[in-house]
Design a protein around this ligand. Structure first.
Ligand SMILES: [Zn+2]
Ligand SMILES: [Zn+2]
Length: 101
């Protein structure tokens, strides 16, 4: 329909030329929340947003969907630079989750 790209995080139209996150979400994604995410993880909450995870999952439903989408985008060869860092982690997490099932 349209080639307008949406931020995979918030689904708003992208305000950046490349990447998968809008400026706002990229910021959220970066250093300042790294520490917070670590805390969430320690408390058994979704490491992305701090909500209650789906049962049997590390992440909440929404973040799991975002992750699935990110992996799909990555597999389609989209923007490996920005995804590289994260996806190694994400893929590993996915593998762990799959093992649990
Ligand atoms: Zn966004
Ligand atoms: Zn979440």
């Amino acid at each position: 329909m349209s080639d307008e790209r949406l931020c995979i995080m918030c689904q708003k139209p992208m305000d950046r030329i490349s990447g998968i996150y809008c400026k706002e979400c990229l910021k959220i994604h970066n250093d300042e929340t790294r520490e917070l995410k670590r805390k969430y993880r320690e408390q058994g909450l979704c490491p992305n947003c701090g909500k209650k995870p789906m049962s049997g999952h590390v992440r909440c439903k929404r973040c799991q969907e975002v992750l699935d989408r990110a992996v799909r985008i990555y597999q389609n060869g989209f923007d490996p630079i920005e995804l590289e860092l994260d996806l190694k982690k994400l893929k590993k997490a996915l593998e762990n989750e799959n093992k649990k099932c």
